[in-house]
Design a protein around this ligand. Structure first.
Ligand code: NAD
Ligand code: DAU
Length: 339
């Protein structure tokens, strides 16, 4: 099978390409990535020379470029990871989020219609459901929870989901959607909370915790997300949405303390900074459907996953130091200098 993976030079798409190339040698994995600030060819270096891997540098919102790739490759399956993904950036500059996350998705869907595919899979997020109160631990996001977005990033992702559903209904395009909770693991860009903390501590800098650190996220090891998507694509039902999560809710402060403890540092490294505007309070996925229908369960508990992640950052310093020494530095200044 020929499988197009967009956004494969990013965090989750990169991990997914590694997983697919190494698991299914008989399949051809074709990665399309624009290589924005978040795209990094170093992430793909271990599989770049593999015979079952091909890379195209292209923008998913560039109709001509995408149609040319489809004309050449005639894929069987398309999995769309490509997105602007960082919430803080979407607050600073929403427009590029709309272009990539909405227009880009529409171009991918149109290419699938034109050339015909067995399956289009949209990688979405639990953020489309909005947030949950901190004092209601009994509440979870199910696939029936109404869309209730609270920032440009999630609004753009929800718009893309609605487009996918429209293409299923109107054109009978065989699509699925997955909505996952927060991922962590290797190749995570060091602007996101967990890798930012690890990189800062390894550089003997404090870690910025927004507000009081009370907000809750539901953390999933990235490989478990990759396996879930693979199962949805192979066994999931067309037209369905699948939530992905492992019931692993933690406050940001708990996560910060865990990272500091693993790195042998104390709480004096925590720097409480001004909160994110409209900061979503709690995300919590109910993964019953994917478990009951597809048999998926997460394989890596947080305690083991965070150790593996920290070890990876210790052993791959060059990967994240190259990022921090580049364009990322300007963004960091802009984001944190007045906090
Ligand atoms: P990321 O920012 O690390 O990677 C995004 C990749 O997409 C980069 O390689 C970038 O170069 C590429 N890209 C961006 N714009 C593009 C364009 N116009 N054309 C082609 N490529 C483009 O993101 P991530 O954290 O790996 O997230 C991947 C997907 O998973 C996104 O759709 C995101 O919404 C979703 N998601 C992420 C998480 C998470 O915790 N990170 C959780 C749930 C869902
Ligand atoms: O839930 C899935 C989403 O998870 C994905 O759709 C997004 O693409 C992904 O970026 C992530 O969004 P979050 O906003 O939850 O992730 P982030 O790593 O930016 O922040 C995690 C939590 O940590 C959040 O409550 C904000 C807080 N935070 C973040 C940063 C960057 C801090 O306290 N300090 C920081 O410096």
């Amino acid at each position: 099978m020929k499988i197009i993976v967009t956004g494969g030079a990013g965090f989750i798409g990169g991990n997914f390409c590694h997983y697919m190339v190494n698991t299914y040698e008989e399949d051809q994995i074709i990665c399309i990535d624009k290589l924005t600030y978040a795209g990094n060819m170093e992430t793909l270096a271990p599989i770049l020379e593999k015979e079952n891997f091909t890379f195209y540098k292209a923008d998913i919102a560039d109709r001509k470029a995408i149609f040319e790739i489809f004309e050449k490759e005639h894929p069987d399956i398309v999995i769309n990871f490509a997105a602007e993904s960082h919430v803080d950036r979407s607050i600073l500059d929403p427009e590029v989020f709309l272009r990539t996350n909405i227009i880009g998705t529409s171009v991918m869907l149109d290419a699938c219609r034109e050339y015909g595919i067995q399956r289009y899979h949209q990688v979405s997020t639990d953020e489309v459901y909005g947030d949950l109160p901190l004092d209601r631990p009994d509440l979870f996001f199910t696939e029936e929870t109404p869309l209730h977005t609270s920032r440009p990033y999630s609004a753009s992702k929800a718009s893309a989901d609605l487009l996918v559903q429209a293409y299923v209904r109107t054109y009978h395009l065989p699509c699925t959607i997955s909505r996952c909770s927060n991922n962590y693991g290797p190749y995570h860009f060091p602007e996101k909370f967990i890798p930012l903390m690890i990189a800062n501590v390894l550089n003997d800098k404090k870690i910025p915790v927004y507000g009081k650190g009370e907000n809750v996220r539901d953390w999933l090891y990235v490989e478990d997300h990759c396996i879930a998507i693979d199962q949805i694509v192979r066994k999931g039902t067309v037209g369905e949405i699948y939530n992905i999560g492992g019931h692993n809710e933690k406050t940001n402060l708990e996560v910060a303390k865990t990272v500091l403890k693993e790195l042998g540092k104390g709480e004096e490294y925590i720097d409480y900074v001004t909160d994110r505007p409209g900061h979503d309070r709690r995300y919590a996925i109910d993964p019953t459907k994917i478990h009951e229908e597809l048999g998926w369960l997460p394989g890596t508990p947080f305690e083991a996953g965070i150790k593996k992640t920290i070890t990876w950052y210790l052993e791959n310093r060059a990967w994240w130091e190259n990022i921090i020494s580049g364009d990322y530095q300007n963004y960091y200044e802009k984001m944190y200098k007045d906090r």
